[in-house]
Design a protein around this ligand. Structure first.
Ligand code: OXT
Ligand code: ADP
Ligand code: MG
Length: 567
């Protein structure tokens, strides 16, 4: 074809990029190959930043966390069948956690797939994705690309955010259209996540219940963090004087050293509260479904959530407020004028007493001086550096590394703690670190169990390639939970929980031009961490932890099924 004949033509892979640009998408996280390589090249040529990963799951995790941080869908690009499935874990995790994300995947020839005639990377991806996402769409005509992306964007961020799958067949990517006609098919989505105002009577009812409470408690969840209603939430908590408990990723919504935080008196606050306000937090396993020893059967609940079907999921909710948290908090604040709420002082004083006891116990653990290090003195060393770096994003995964990290590393700003979330999933580490660094331009510190790191460890090459300011601390206790497990059969194979002894993860990053440190004392941790933060260079610190100090499954050992048979 001559240049004259092609100059007014375009094709699917160009149309989708134009549509992404029109909707303000500035970054794609992915892994390329047949049939999406040229689409990625073209996106980059058009000024969309393309971050190429070593595995789609990490690309997906980066996209998901960028969605959480920005309220815009994070975009993950994958190849057909296996690449698609690798990305699906992250997409499903995004849906579970309520992070807006769109996975765009190329797919093979639909006619061959449908007749199961054995195409290259054959899989009915649209239907495979369905159980794991809010919506799953396939585009069969290039003129539908604009509307399909619009639907994907709206589905991912309206209501409870989540994952959306967009299937682009090889035929559509290559399909040719007149450029002027194609331009008419793409558009900017208008108000993709409209405010959802709560009913005034719901707000009124909730305030009356709260005003009568003697021991009210607010539980802040990551839905509240996502809503970016930071100032109003703080104002509501401070005006009412109600103590609050942050769920893990809501830490920092108010600074962890806030006097009304009940985090260091968790079970006392939960079991004694008479009215609990669930603010963007689900009454799921992380809150024992509102049942059991941490809860009173007398407790009444107010629940703020955008998803109506979340209400009454585990316990009856006396006062549901269905709406977006931004609008709901505004309405609650306005309602305080006619229905003032003041939490009784003796309730907070009682919580303070328990906080004091628990904080003293914690201080005793933190101030140990052991060789090898344990979780507490190693995390104390990190905490004391990070207190001077409040802009840092903290990624945290593992079991003991996660649970102790959550309790010891204080957060001061909203949405800066990123962790295993609702699924308790391992493997988010490096993807979240890349996504946070790329999205925010701020330094990231990833505190990783050695097992947790292994799920996405190859992405240190990605971190080095893009020269991201990420410092990774690997809590190397030589295993899952502990490094001293014994093979019960007695042969020379390691036990299921045990890894290579004396592994030097710091050497891995040196292979890619990053900086590695091996730390065996609090001082060495601090020197290395400060150097990583000051240089802004990709840095990996192998923190040598006593293999014998971890607890099976960290704080959630009670979830392991118990065997009647004694080994
Ligand atoms: O209430 P009380 O009075 O008791 O006091 C509480 C707080 O008030 C108090 N506290 C404090 N006191 C003083 N000062 C401060 N600052 C303070 N802060 C709190 O302390 C107590 C306890 O507080 P906490 O922790 O809040 O309370 P609790 O009861 O623990 O809270 C309950 C939960 C459920 C809310 C909380 O525990 C929680 O959020 N847990 C999340 C747990 C989680 O998600 N874990 C990850 C999954 S574990 C497992 O599944 C793993 N796997 C399997 C696997 C997974 N997950 N994924 C995939 C894809 N494949 C396999 C694997 C492989 S973990 C894992 C790897 C583990 O090995 P690593 O090497 O990575 O890690 P290591 O363990 O380090 O070796
Ligand atoms: P956590 O793990 O921190 O307890 P969850 O992920 O379990 O938090 O719960 C978050 C809840 O917040 C979900 O039920 C979700 O529907 C809700 N949510 C998310 N975004 C908003 C929002 N903008 N407004 C209101 N509710 C929201
Ligand atoms: Mg470990």
């Amino acid at each position: 074809m001559s240049t004259d004949q092609t100059q007014n033509l375009t094709d699917g892979m160009h149309i989708i990029v134009d549509a992404l640009k029109k909707n303000g998408i500035d970054t794609i996280y992915g892994v390329v190959g047949i049939p999406v390589t040229d689409m990625a090249r073209h996106a980059q040529a058009e000024g969309i930043r393309y971050i190429g990963f070593r595995h789609e799951q990490s690309a997906g995790n980066a996209a998901a966390i960028s969605g959480y941080l920005t309220q815009k869908p994070g975009i993950c690009l994958t190849v057909s069948a296996p690449g698609f499935l690798n990305g699906m874990v992250a997409l499903a995790n995004a849906t579970t956690n309520g992070f807006p994300m769109i996975q765009i995947s190329g797919s093979s020839d639909r006619a061959i797939i449908d007749l199961q005639q054995g195409d290259y990377e054959e899989l009915d991806q649209m239907n495979t994705a369905k159980p794991f996402v809010k919506a799953s769409y396939r585009v069969n005509k290039p003129e539908d690309l604009g509307i399909a992306l619009a639907r994907a964007i709206r589905a991912s961020i309206s209501g409870r955010p989540g994952g959306v799958y967009l299937d682009l067949t090889t035929e559509v990517l290559a399909a040719v259209m007149d450029k002027d006609e194609a331009d008419k098919t793409i558009f900017t989505v208008e108000d993709p996540a409209p405010r959802q105002l709560p009913a005034p009577e719901s707000v009124d009812k909730a305030l009356k219940l709260l005003a009568a409470a003697k021991r009210p408690l607010i539980i802040l969840g990551k839905g509240a963090a996502y809503a970016q209603a930071d100032e109003s939430i703080r104002q509501f908590i401070e005006t009412t004087g109600i103590p609050y408990l942050p769920m893990s990723m809501a830490k920092g919504l108010l600074p962890d050293d806030h006097p009304q935080s009940a985090a260091a008196a968790r079970s006392h606050a939960l079991s004694n509260a008479d009215v609990v306000v669930l603010m963007g937090a689900r009454l799921n396993w992380l809150l024992d479904h509102g049942k059991g020893k941490h809860w009173s059967t007398e407790t009444q609940f107010i629940q703020l959530d955008i998803e109506p079907t979340e209400i009454d999921s585990n316990r009856p909710i006396a006062a549901p407020i269905v709406g977006d948290i931004y609008s709901s908090i505004e309405a609650l604040l306005a309602g305080l004028k006619s229905t003032p709420v003041k939490s009784p002082n003796d309730w907070m004083a009682g919580i303070d007493d328990i906080k004091k006891v628990n904080s003293e116990k914690m201080a005793a653990k933190l101030n140990t001086d052991t060789s090898p290090l344990n979780y507490f003195n190693a995390l104390r060393a990190i905490r004391d550096v990070l207190v001077d770096h409040k802009d840092v994003y903290v990624v945290n995964e593992g079991a003991n590394t996660l649970d102790n990290g959550r309790n010891i590393i204080d957060m001061y700003k909203p949405r800066q703690r990123l962790d295993c979330g609702t699924w308790g999933v391992m493997g988010i580490g490096m993807g979240y670190a890349v996504g946070a660094a790329v999205t925010s331009g701020k330094p990231v510190v990833a505190i990783e169990g050695d097992s947790a790191f292994g799920f996405s460890g190859m992405e240190i090459e990605t971190i080095c390639r893009y020269k991201l300011p990420v410092t990774i601390l690997i809590f190397n206790n030589g295993g899952i939970y502990r490094g001293d497990g014994v093979n019960l059969h007695g042969d020379s194979d390691p036990c299921p929980t045990v890894f290579m002894k004396g592994a030097r993860y710091d050497k891995m990053i040196e292979a890619f031009g990053g900086i590695g440190y091996n730390a065996t004392t609090p001082d060495e941790i601090q020197q290395a961490l400060k150097a990583g933060l000051t240089s802004g260079q990709p840095t990996l610190i192998n923190v040598v932890i006593d293999p014998a100090v971890g607890t099976e499954s960290g704080h959630i050992g009670n979830l392991n099924p118990k065997s009647v048979v004694k080994n």
